[in-house]
Design a binder for this molecule. Structure first.
Ligand SMILES: [Zn+2]
Length: 338
């Protein structure tokens, strides 16, 4: 098979500057890397071809020779078999940030992947560069969000293998350091503080846990968006917490002291005589704390009058008696229709 032109392989023009060649190489390497295409022989072959082309074109001297002599010579430098492993410097082309560098995290506490994020170090030719900020989402239980707590994240940060420079090989052999993948994965467990009163959709900044910096630059920050798991009983509306409290007919009629569950525990509360079904009551300061203002909201509970289902003669008498006590027909204010 005829060897393809190196410029053609990288999809650049003969006059392309070094930066453009590097860029084209990174793009192709990312696409064709064996790690991304496991078992794909075609991709592997193309990857090698790209690698070989880049090994030559990134080197000023080799490029000049190639421009002059093409694949044919001079000497064995551009013999395909030699070129595959013939340049000890091959693979150092990833100036700083690796094309394989990616970043993700999953929640450690729950076993499921709640978040998935990618950030890449900014590319440049020289000098230290700060890593990019990264963003992700985490699921937080209602209790931890309202009362404050911690969440555990497992950060997975991929970086270029320092031994093979991201090429996945040393000479003709797969790199022993990274097993030929060209990248190394670091797993780091991070605990983040969930402030008391954290609302659904809130963002928490975790300094220094974004993408890695390049050439000595600091890491970016990680911004975690909080998704609060709904609670089966309590419902949050701003800083107020709502719940429904069932009461008996007698409690509604005579008034009563009842136990009302709040996020801060059970509170004894009084309902007045003649309490109506679906009437709402407010317990001041028993809601959620607003993390910005420091103010605490209220607990608002709605009573639900429970009617006994058991039918007995005594129950019938009691309900008949109750019926005689309304001062007006209960539906007198209803409209007749539209
Ligand atoms: Zn390696």
């Amino acid at each position: 098979m005829k060897k393809r032109d190196y410029y053609e392989v990288l999809g650049v023009s003969k006059s392309a500057p070094e930066a453009e060649i590097k860029k084209a190489y990174r793009r192709l390497a990312r696409k064709l890397h064996p790690d991304v295409n496991p078992g794909d022989k075609g991709a592997q072959k193309k990857f090698q071809e790209v690698q070989e082309a880049y090994d030559v074109l990134k080197d000023e001297e080799k490029r000049r020779a190639y421009d002059r002599f093409g694949h044919a010579g001079p000497g064995a430098s551009f013999d395909p078999s030699a070129a595959a492993g013939g340049f000890p410097g091959g693979g150092q082309g990833f100036g700083g940030g690796s094309p394989f560098e990616s970043y993700s995290f999953e929640s450690g506490d729950f076993g499921d992947i709640f978040g998935d994020l990618f950030g890449r170090a900014r590319r440049a030719q020289t000098g230290p560069l700060q890593g990019e900020d990264a963003a992700g989402t985490i699921e937080v239980p209602f209790r931890d969000a309202v009362l404050g707590g911690t969440a555990s994240l497992s950060l997975r940060r991929e970086r270029e293998c320092p031994k093979c420079g991201g090429t996945g090989r040393v000479g003709k052999n797969p790199c022993p350091e990274c097993g030929g993948t060209g990248s190394i994965v670091d797993v780091e467990s991070v605990r983040i503080r969930i402030p008391e009163g954290t609302e659904d959709g809130a963002r928490i900044r975790v300094p220094g846990k974004g993408a890695r910096g390049v050439r000595g630059g600091g890491a970016g920050d990680l911004y975690v968006t909080v998704r609060v798991t709904p609670h089966p009983y309590f419902e949050r509306n701003g800083d107020d917490i709502a719940g429904v409290v069932p009461i008996t007919v007698k409690e509604a009629y005579t008034g009563a002291e009842i136990e009302v569950p709040t996020i801060h525990g059970v509170v004894q509360a009084k309902i007045p005589p003649g309490t109506q079904g679906r009437q709402r009551f407010r317990l001041r300061g028993k809601g959620a704390k607003n993390p910005r203002t420091g103010q605490t909201g209220d607990h608002i509970y709605t009573v639900r009058v429970m009617i006994p289902k058991m039918q007995t003669p005594a129950g019938l008498d009691a309900s008949t008696l109750l019926d005689s006590l309304y001062d007006a027909p209960v539906r007198k204010d209803l409209p007749k229709g539209l």
